[in-house]
Design a protein. Structure first.
Length: 367
């Protein structure tokens, strides 16, 4: 009821006046736009004490805040500049289930079904490439969040809002990749209107999937409609760890030629070459199996403590996580004494370079 009253006031009372000066959503990285999104993301992600360090949003008003769901996931709907809705997904919290969303990092095919309960199955197609795979924990989070988001997107559209910014910092950024891919797929199927324009800012985000997912995501969002903003001093965007196997290469590659050449050799040469080839390729394969066991099968058991009706999906045999999207690098100058006084490398705070203050500081230095 609170949501309905709030959105009614903005759409039918405030909105007509704001539209006089409202601007259309434009492609391209916009420092002021990203800064406003940081102000927005702070409200849901940081504690009230830390949030005081960050200014309030200057051009946006909160319309809706969801309840925690899934693995302690939460999102907010904001109205920016009178004609743009902002879908902001919260980052990691201190709760164990929130960290499970990060650690559940075995890969799952980017197309399939995910049974989240006995009464609900999430059907998704985040890529048209059959070799694309994504982070399982963020996929599960996407299943819960998107269900709550879609009715609000529909309400915004009926009220004349066709511009949407998808935003998330840290874990929220990792999930925002998958939400964006999901929304594009729903548009292609006619479930969401084709004239909705989505623009995405993934901030300080972990890697969301493999190279084939990245290719498809970047193809759909190219020409300035999606960004990945990272600090070079931040460790989170380098996770999850990446392992590339021969199987991760395209069908047409030197690998089949090498294997066929080995088969054609005499017995002793074949034995020697197979030994050498195995030493080169087996370590990565074994590592992927270990990751699937520890960050897949074992973490799934922990997830079921919080979501007992959830059924773990079949994993995709890869761990080739890659940086995804057009990347905006915030680069701390090694000689910037002010930055390293504020955010020292010898701090015991593991998130010293990952939180909102260092990102805002570096954004102000960006030319």
């Amino acid at each position: 009821m609170k949501y309905l009253k709030s959105i009614a006031v903005f759409f039918f009372v405030v909105l007509p006046f704001l539209e006089i000066t409202a601007q259309n959503l434009k492609p391209g990285f916009d420092k002021a736009e990203y800064r406003e999104l940081i102000y927005i993301a702070t409200r849901s992600t940081e504690s009230p004490e830390k949030a005081k360090e960050i200014p309030l949003p200057e051009h946006s008003k909160l319309l809706y805040k969801s309840k925690p769901m899934g693995l302690d996931n939460l999102w907010e709907l904001w109205l920016k500049d009178g004609n743009t809705a902002v879908i902001c997904t919260r980052g990691t919290t201190e709760k164990p289930e929130s960290w499970l969303a990060n650690l559940y990092a075995a890969m799952t095919p980017a197309k399939g079904e995910l049974k989240v309960s006995n009464t609900e199955t999430f059907k998704y197609e985040l890529s048209t490439n059959e070799h694309a795979a994504v982070h399982t924990g963020y996929l599960l989070s996407t299943a819960f969040l998107s269900k709550d988001m879609l009715p609000r997107i529909d309400s915004c559209y009926k009220a004349g809002i066709k511009n949407f910014i998808v935003m998330g910092h840290s874990q929220g950024g990792g999930i925002s990749y998958l939400l964006t891919a999901h929304f594009y797929n729903l548009q292609s199927r006619g479930t969401l209107p084709a004239d909705i324009r989505f623009k995405t800012y993934c901030s300080a985000a972990p890697k969301p999937g493999n190279l084939y997912f990245a290719y498809d995501y970047e193809r759909k969002t190219q020409n300035g409609w999606a960004y990945n903003v990272v600090s070079a001093a931040d460790w989170v965007p380098q996770t999850p760890f990446s392992v590339e196997m021969p199987e991760d290469l395209p069908i047409v590659s030197p690998i089949p030629l090498v294997e066929e050449t080995i088969k054609q050799q005499t017995l002793f040469k074949r034995m020697f070459l197979n030994m050498v080839y195995g030493k080169l390729t087996n370590p990565s394969r074994k590592t992927v199996k270990t990751y699937q066991k520890l960050l897949g099968t074992e973490i799934a058991k922990k997830v079921k403590d919080y979501l007992p009706e959830f059924e773990a999906p079949q994993f995709y045999n890869s761990n080739n996580y890659v940086r995804t999207g057009t990347t905006i690098v915030l680069y701390p100058n090694p000689n910037d004494a002010v930055y390293y006084e504020k955010f020292p490398n010898n701090s015991k705070d593991l998130m010293i370079h990952h939180s909102f203050p260092p990102y805002l500081y570096l954004l102000n230095q960006l030319e």
